[in-house]
Design a protein around this ligand. Sequence first.
Ligand SMILES: [Zn+2]
Length: 71
Amino acid sequence: MTSPRTYPLPAVELAGLVDDYLYGCQPVADCGVCTALAAELTGAREAKDHGTAYDAVAEIRNHPHPVKRKP
Ligand SMILES: [Zn+2]
């Protein structure tokens, strides 16, 4: 009798195929909040903490910066 697997397979990692889509963002260089979030993102990605990494990216993308008007 065969024994069917009753547990999930390990997570599949798509070798960078979706990384730009999920984690692509442009933190503003002179913004303290963006800088802190970028550091959090780097640390979370190194720790493979994908939920925290995505939260940091979403905050960077949504962080408001006033548009400088030309005089
Ligand atoms: Zn910012």
